[in-house]
Design a protein around this ligand. Structure first.
Ligand SMILES: C[S@@+](CC[C@H](N)C(=O)[O-])C[C@H]1O[C@@H](n2cnc3c(N)ncnc32)[C@H](O)[C@@H]1O
Length: 264
């Protein structure tokens, strides 16, 4: 589903052979394997994620190619874990940096692990309401529940995955964390929700299984959950282009440098 985001991220990361790279919130490792390929066998990649299950999956799906860097998989909360001192030339992340309870502390921690002059390149979602990829489904579910008499609380689109969706917020968090030369650019791409070559029902299952949707629907009854699934099915059917549910995604792509300041 997120494969089209790889090229823009790696263009900005500009990894070179022999570099040491930290992949933050690596999940199933799509970005990790790409980084290992780009830095080659003289480089090294450390992939950090809080989820041991995702790290296990990442290692079971594939291995680095013969000319690729070795990968160290680390179960770690990137906000708190000792990731090393001035160890990495670059830290990268595709959607793995929005879940910290103290983002400034997290980006200080990551910066400490990056050498002076080293780079950060990351992609984050813009706010839910600015992004069809997320808002089409959410709007449909909200509308269906309201029309059927349910009280719908604000689903708080500025938190969780959307917490680093506004330029000023990203600049302020990274600036406070001691990063410099911060460049935040919009990145807009059509993406297939749940991936290409997927029927509508599979996209609905994916949406219903997402943590944000499950948490949102948790207080409601089974009827509400059925209404939500029906609303998603209707909304996604209109966006299915014969291959998959194609939606415009709005992201921010950010680069920054480690100033080398001590930080706290
Ligand atoms: C949306 S997924 C992105 C996964 C991967 N980067 C990708 O692009 O496919 C977010 C990932 O961040 C991880 N994560 C969340 N909080 C984290 C933290 N504090 N430290 C490290 N990883 C974290 C989650 O476990 C999850 O794998």
């Amino acid at each position: 589903m997120l494969e089209p985001v790889l090229d823009p991220l790696f263009e900005q990361a500009a990894l070179r052979p022999g570099e040491q790279v930290l992949d933050i919130g690596c999940g199933r490792g799509a970005t990790t394997y790409r980084a290992a390929h780009e830095v080659g066998r003289t480089g090294a990649v450390t992939a950090a994620d809080v989820s041991p299950d995702l790290l296990a999956e990442a290692q079971s799906v594939r291995s680095p190619g013969s000319g690729d860097a070795s990968i160290e998989w680390v179960v770690a909360d990137a906000q708190r874990a000792a990731l090393g001192e001035s160890r990495f030339d670059a830290a990268i992340s595709r959607f793995g940096v929005m879940f910290f309870d103290d983002p400034v502390a997290a980006f200080v921690n990551v910066r400490r692990a990056v050498r002076s002059g080293g780079r950060l390149a990351m992609v984050t979602w813009r706010p839910r309401n600015a992004c069809d990829f997320h808002s089409v489904g959410w709007a449909a579910v909200n509308e269906a529940l309201v029309e059927n008499g349910y009280d719908v609380a604000d689903s708080n689109p500025g938190v969780g995955p959307f917490s680093l969706g506004v330029d000023e917020v990203v600049e302020s968090v990274l600036g406070e964390a001691g990063w410099v030369d911060i460049e935040v650019e919009p990145l807009e791409l059509p993406l297939y929700f749940a991936g290409p070559n997927i029927p509508v029902d599979a996209a609905v299952d994916t949406a219903m299984g997402m943590t944000g949707m499950q948490t949102f629907l948790q207080p409601y009854d089974d009827r509400a959950r059925a209404l939500a699934a029906d609303a998603l099915r209707e909304a996604y059917t209109t966006r299915h282009d014969g291959s998959g549910v194609r939606l415009d995604a709005a992201m921010l792509i950010t680069t920054a440098l480690n100033s080398g300041a001590a930080g706290d």
